[in-house]
Design a protein around this ligand. Sequence first.
Ligand code: BG6
Length: 500
Amino acid sequence: MSIVPAAPLPPAQVVIFGASGDLTARKLIPALADSARAGSFRCPVQVIGVARSPKTDVSWRAELQQWLTPEQLEVWPTLAPNIHYVAIGESAAGDFERLKGELDRLAGPEVERVGRLFYLAIKPELFGSTVEQLAAQGMLACDQVRVDGWRRVVIEKPFGRDLVTAQWLNITLRKHLREDQIYRIDHYLGKETVQNVLAFRFQNAIFEPIWNRSHVESVEISVCEELGMESGRGRYYDTAGALRDMVANHLLQLLCLVAMEPPASLDADAVRSEKVKVLDSLDVYHSPEDVWQHVVRGQYSATHNQPGYLQEEGVAGESQTETYVALVARLHNWRWNGVKFFLRTGKKLKQRYTEIIVRFRVPPVDLFQGPIHADVCRLRPNALSFRIQPEEGIRLHFLVKQPGTGHLMRQAHLGFDYKELFGAATPPAYQRLLMDALHGNATLFTRGDEAEAAWRFCDAIRQGWEAPGAPPPAQYASGSWGPAEADELFQGCEGIWGIP
Ligand code: BG6
């Protein structure tokens, strides 16, 4: 994670496969416009969209323009002439040869120096064949030591469907690319508030002595969404579900950042090796019963004004796909042994928010024995919460005595709020990640072994759900906080979801 601002960029081409898709128009082009506004490019970067639909440079530019904000439109006159479109079939060799010719032509006389970022925003089943086609045209070969003329490939999620498919994909990619050329994207790592988890932990010494099993009782990671299957997402989502769509990547990445050991440096491999150790130390559920006890899957049902998941377009009538997952994970290592990690994510929940809460142990004796005593099962007096979105900040929670002769205690907090301190909104995740990929900084991208380790944990859950006798997804009303069963993951006096 570079804290030092990146140097201006030498000439580069961003070649986006899946140029007609939502991601390109909504995230990638606006991110490039924001980077242009921030003056991150020394020479304008060329963007070449590649997709099957017949379009011209002019018609594609007109489409993209509609998604830009007034601020982004200010740089459009300089950006637009560098945006081009090439129509191509799915895997025809002739098309890729033509694409190569077109990229060389656009690069001009300096073609040897121009770096190329191939961004695969396409169906996951096409990742492997696209890379093979690019390699067959010699478009991926580059020298590791040269700073220009580089070739890199960004792979969107999902990276495989399970361990075996992820392993196959890694094998295919590595036939044609070195690991340092592969950028597996997880956009959560590009969020400023997520990067701050590491900065907060390792740039401040105050919490480090208590960041372990002796002082931390549990960790909660909640990624709650209000959205459901808008923009026709049902068809894709029904083949994925919350476990593949969110847990295998975003939630486990957040867990890694909270639980990892300090890396030797912020180099990509130093950081990623520490994350892999966390994933490798996850206790994999050992039987279906273990899964049923520690993992809750749910599916949203209809309310008077909201359709249920089964009524969504593209969703199979009898679908068992989960739109909600809550689980208790444990890490089998020296720092975290015995600490519970409560993870939950779901669609169509009451409120959109992402938060990490580190709950510290309660005092050994309750001296004050006030009314707080009755609430001790709900309240963890000391907690540190990282508010990732939509509110962005960090809060330290503690109890204070309420004025008066009694011993009434109240919760209070010390807080840091991004907007209050820094004013402007934090830069969008894709802007940061695109710039990092262009600069060759892979720290915020996942490595092949990381993706595989995450699937190892998730596959055991899926196997538990597919085993005979597995309970069906628990139903929860659209707009609620998810199934009641998820509350039962907290046992005895362990607290509840969120900060009460
Ligand atoms: C994506 C998932 O990776 O992340 C979506 O595929 C989800 O289903 C999205 O809605 C959430 O991202 P964010 O940044 O809005 O929290």
